[in-house]
Design a binder for this molecule. Structure first.
Ligand code: SF4
Length: 64
């Protein structure tokens, strides 16, 4: 599984951080979300899928 975030779309809503805090993070000065682990193991699939679903601007893509 590979995660990409369209940084042109991300508006730093933070829904993905709430859904999958091990994978996404937003620091105080960040203008787009940070992907902590772009190729997480299968055990993260459910939370990453939830994060992608919750993103209000559909910025998160999951491949594989
Ligand atoms: S939920 Fe979407 S818009 Fe919000 S921080 Fe995550 S990727 Fe960016």
């Amino acid at each position: 599984m590979k995660i990409t975030v369209d940084t042109n779309l991300c508006e730093v809503h933070g829904d993905c951080v709430v859904a999958a805090p091990d994978i996404f993070d937003i620091g105080e000065d960040d203008e787009v979300v940070q992907v902590l682990d772009a190729e997480p193991g299968e055990e993260h699939r459910a939370t990453v899928a939830q994060a992608a679903k919750m993103c209000p601007v559909a910025a998160i893509t999951i491949e594989g």
